[in-house]
Design a protein around this ligand. Structure first.
Ligand code: 13P
Ligand code: SF4
Length: 332
């Protein structure tokens, strides 16, 4: 009998993984997962997915993580094609860090509204108001804004990045909540903030909703993302990036958690902590993260559309702050 090839074994293992974890899914998803596995091999492609992606998309991904982890994974891959399942700034960062690769988003309609809250002209104006002050931009920014920045950071390493600078005054854009969170740990520096915010974390994750969940589950610990408002962070036991939350819950003896971030993050939290219970905040959804579907992942592999492109000079300039962010590494 002919021995099965490595490729067919990989397709089989992907399908089995999907059946085990997602037995509730439609048979259509299992069929698509098989098709995606075959196309990945054909294209020498890797699928990267953010922790807020739909469960079935996470299941076909080669790597699932937070913004920093995804940037790091993008720099390490030997694949020719990166299929990026997340939002615009994440896919752009993957291209900036790997300009020789083909970076494709299943849909370019998946954009981060916070990233659009600061523009290159606005940042230039802010820099002119504070001459000589270095700029740290959250990775949730456009490539053009990164090109105007000295450092990038994610929620995992924002404190570490700011602390690495010797200057006492720093422009921090665009997330005001993250900036205020960093300021709690960096008392000897003044952060010049920008009024940007994440609509999901700012408007959907409130003290009222978390307190209601806490009344229903008094033994549960509240964990939140630092994009939440300061008063929300005040009532939490822990604020961390999505990957930081995974680490915290894994290492904690606590058995129940109220998760103050996008609902889908509970998928990995539950999968990796089967003995623990996670309660999500009703309505805490990032609509843009939900735009990527399994069908669109398959289409992206077939057509290599929507391909991410950026002007060469922007890539060169934006690479400097992004390289610094990756070099500084995780902070939580
Ligand atoms: P993480 O880097 O913590 O995954 O967060 C990204 C993001 O967009 C949160 O809204
Ligand atoms: Fe942007 Fe908020 Fe969605 Fe994260 S959750 S991608 S910050 S809109």
């Amino acid at each position: 009998m002919e021995r099965p090839s490595l490729g067919s074994l990989a397709i089989l293992s992907c399908a089995v993984r999907l059946i085990i974890h997602l037995s509730f899914l439609q048979p259509m998803s299992i069929e698509l997962a098989g098709k995606i596995a075959a196309l990945k091999k054909e294209r020498t492609a890797v699928v990267l997915a953010h922790n807020y992606q739909r469960p079935e998309v996470q299941e076909v991904a080669d790597f699932t993580g937070d913004s920093l982890g995804l940037s790091m994974a993008a720099t390490k891959t030997s694949a020719d094609v990166i299929i990026f399942c997340g939002v615009d700034f994440m896919a752009e960062s993957a291209l900036i860090l790997n300009p020789s690769k083909i970076v494709v988003m299943p849909t370019k309609a998946a954009v981060c509204p916070m990233a659009a809250m600061i523009t290159k002209p606005a940042l230039r104006e802010l820099k002119a108001e504070h001459p000589g002050v270095p700029v740290v931009s959250y990775v949730n920014t456009s490539a053009a804004v990164k090109a105007e920045s000295d450092y990038c950071c994610t929620s995992s390493n924002a404190v570490k990045v700011v602390n690495s600078l010797r200057e006492k005054k720093i422009i921090f854009t665009p997330d005001r909540n993250l900036g205020l969170y960093v300021q709690r740990f960096v008392k000897d520096k003044e952060l010049v903030l920008w009024p940007g915010y994440c609509p999901t974390h700012q408007n959907r994750i409130t003290v009222e909703l978390l307190s209601q969940l806490k009344r229903e589950h008094p033994l549960a610990e509240i964990i939140v993302h630092p994009e939440c408002a300061p008063e929300v962070i005040d009532i939490a036991s822990k604020a961390a990036s999505t990957e930081g939350m995974l680490k915290y819950c894994r290492e904690s003896p606590v058995k129940e958690f109220i998760v103050g971030t996008e609902q889908e993050h509970a998928y990995r939290l539950r999968k990796e902590n089967p003995g623990k219970t996670f309660y999500t905040v009703p309505g805490a959804i990032c609509p843009n993260m939900k735009k990527t579907t399994l069908e669109l992942v398959a289409r992206a592999l077939e057509t290599l559309e929507d391909r991410i492109t950026l002007p060469k000079d922007i890539i060169e300039k934006a690479r400097v702050p992004l390289d610094r962010m990756v070099a500084i590494g995780r902070g939580d």
